[in-house]
Design a protein around this ligand. Structure first.
Ligand SMILES: C[S@@+](CC[C@H](N)C(=O)[O-])C[C@H]1O[C@@H](n2cnc3c(N)ncnc32)[C@H](O)[C@@H]1O
Length: 374
């Protein structure tokens, strides 16, 4: 059994922990922007394949006192790097956190790289080259107070990059946040789902993947662990085959998205095409004022524009009032969720929220508001 650390967006740690438990992780314990858990290699692959909410899975290989760059260099040089890479493999080092002495992540990462290179030169007379985009081995150093934790990154590119969404609009949600919002809305696929401000379609597409039990990792070309020395392709192929078998072919209830911007609808349709859902999710060009419920009950989930400048915010007041009016008047029997980063605008909705979930959209503190419409 191995200890892992899955990174996740701030505020989503508890929901990410639940996801990991469902996938079979044990000793699951949420921490700041991540979750510790324990499992075997199969679980590591499975979590990369099925994780909808986490960003990446790190495998800690060393923990050491790390007050300053000298101590860091020594500790990294002592690691037996032959276990992980040869000079023919490329590497990249990414650093997070810091302390008083190590307060420049680029410089700190450089120290790690130098220590690995010096150790390799001593043993092989040669060293690995750096490839920041597509390394054979991605290394993460996290510095917290006077400790350093060095990990191998098993995911590589962040897992929110599913690989199905080349086209993104102006203010797209991260797929991982969209998946977390669907969890908060307790969406399981059995009732209708509608995003009337769908932009490039992130929420309906994530809803579709979830409802059809499609593993989000199936769209990715590559995970970092596939270049590791201990990579087990048979195990990986078994997990891929199982994931494909577990997919449903028909949606239990409709999923719809609409938006008034034709470019957004074009992008949403392109994205649904690339994840094979174009015949199952409907995207329509429609102004919000014209929307109608497709059936008697379901979940509406949307993130309206927040407006960054004062003038924009003023203009949006009427739109937020319209959101409340349309939901109240036309969507009896539905439950609506609105993600907003502006409390003043949220008041204009004019409905009483039955729940409020604090979330971060990037660095912006937001709230997901829940409205029961009856
Ligand atoms: C913040 S974006 C939503 C982004 C989307 N969740 C995504 O991930 O791509 C807000 C969307 O609301 C749409 N919108 C704004 N006012 C609208 C209106 N009156 N009717 C329909 N759509 C509108 C915009 O075109 C924009 O795509």
């Amino acid at each position: 059994m191995v200890r892992y650390f899955a990174t996740a967006a701030r505020g989503l740690e508890a929901i990410a922990a639940r996801e990991l438990e469902t996938l079979g992780a044990t000793e699951v314990s949420p921490d700041f922007t991540g979750v510790h858990f324990v499992g075997d290699r199969e679980l590591l692959y499975k979590v990369n394949l099925w994780g909808r909410i986490i960003f990446r899975v790190l495998v800690p290989i060393a923990e050491f006192p790390c007050h300053n760059s000298r101590e860091l260099y020594q500790a990294v040089r002592e690691i037996d790097w032959q276990d992980y890479l040869t000079p023919d493999n490329t590497l990249a080092v990414h650093c997070t956190g810091g302390n008083q002495q190590l307060n420049h992540t680029h410089f700190t990462a450089l120290q790690v790289k130098n220590a690995i290179a010096d150790r390799q030169r001593q043993e092989w007379g040669r060293r690995s080259s750096v490839d920041v985009k597509n390394p054979d081995l991605a290394i993460n150093l996290h510095v917290y107070r006077d400790r350093g934790i060095l990990s191998l990154d098993s995911s590589g590119e962040s897992l929110h990059r599913r690989g199905y969404r080349p086209a993104v609009g102006l203010a797209p949600l991260k797929e991982t946040l969209a998946a977390a919002l669907l969890e908060m809305a307790e969406y399981r696929g059995e009732i209708a789902f509608f995003d009337p401000l769908c932009g490039s379609g992130t929420l309906p597409l994530e809803a579709g993947l979830k409802a059809l039990n499609i593993a989000p990792g199936l769209f990715r070309d590559r995970f970092a662990f596939q270049a590791w020395k201990d990579y087990d392709p048979t195990l990986w192929q078994k997990l891929i085959a199982e994931a494909k078998e577990q997919q449903l072919s028909a949606l239990p209830a409709p999923i719809l998205g609409s938006d008034r911007a034709s470019e957004s609808i074009r992008q949403a349709k392109d994205n649904s095409q690339s994840c094979g859902l174009s015949d199952r999710i409907s995207f329509e060009l429609r102004d919000f004022s014209q929307i109608q419920p497709p059936c008697d009950q379901g979940i509406i989930l949307c993130n309206p524009p927040y407006g960054k400048r004062i003038g924009e915010v003023k203009k949006l007041e009427g739109f937020y009032k319209l959101l409340g009016d349309v939901f109240k008047q036309r969507f009896t029997g539905w439950t609506a969720y609105i993600l907003t980063g502006n409390k003043e605008l949220a008041k204009k909705i004019g409905l009483k929220a039955s729940r409020r979930f604090p979330v971060y959209n990037g660095s912006l503190a937001c709230t997901l508001l829940k409205y029961e419409l009856y």
